[in-house]
Design a binder for this molecule. Sequence first.
Ligand code: GLU
Length: 306
Amino acid sequence: MSGPTSAPVVRGRFAPSPTGPLHFGSLVAALASFCDARHRGGEWLVRIEDVDTPRSRPDAERAILAALDRFGLRGDGAIVRQSERTALYEAALARLAAAGLVYRCACTRRELEAGALNAIGERVYPGTCRNGVAAARAHAPQAWRLRVTARATSFTDRVQGRQTQDLARDVGDFVVRRADGLFAYQLAVVVDDAAQGITSVVRGADLLTSTLRQTYLQRCLDLPTPEYLHVPVATDDGGHKLSKNTHAAPLASGDPVPALLAAWCFLGQQAPTATPTSAAQFLDHAIRAWSCARIPATATLPAPRV
Ligand code: GLU
């Protein structure tokens, strides 16, 4: 595999958090990112996002990798694990600190809960520690927050269209390193996508608003912004996102083709005329036939029964 300096035209990735087995929603994201990269002759990497070490489980990582293999979704190059990349995140935080873009925050959970809610019910950080931590908290555990000065931040998603957010009003200064010392997902993902030379991020639409934080962070760190494509998130009967945290059912073992076909149709893609007999045969069709113009431009869709 070539390094980031001689990056191919397209390099995509699938970046699961190992908190549970692969479920239908994560298969959709994996299949979409794989087909999108391969259809354009690009590379596809697998990155294990175990930055939140207390929530990550080795058995979940094993189950995810075994499932990807069973579905024929094999990445290029070695698998990267965020738990092994702390030095890169430290260096990025040091750059932000040197530029005066981050500050320490010793707010308690109760203080954070006093912040206003934005339109989608998320807490906005009220800026309590912006001008320094209160003396009484000097020895309390402290997070690091990124100083958000931007008002309207936008990007154009390849499927969902133009996305805009007033970061200062709707998010506030956000955490890049947690008070327990762990790096936040937002910082890790931005550092890793750049370090791995990712040109094309394809993932679930639940991360649409995170993308605005990530593009802001990319500008602060002087890193390139990849193109983004957010696919609909699969929801259960109650309209909730299928998620590893809420114990979404793992995919049935055995023949991988029915789940692949269900994920393919969920993505609005045209079914092959004859039912494929193997994952490899299905993927041959999928790589050729992939069309991102067919993906429904919606944030959620009910999951089919697989
Ligand atoms: N690790 C995240 C997840 O499993 C995905 C993050 C991303 O694709 O940027 O939901």
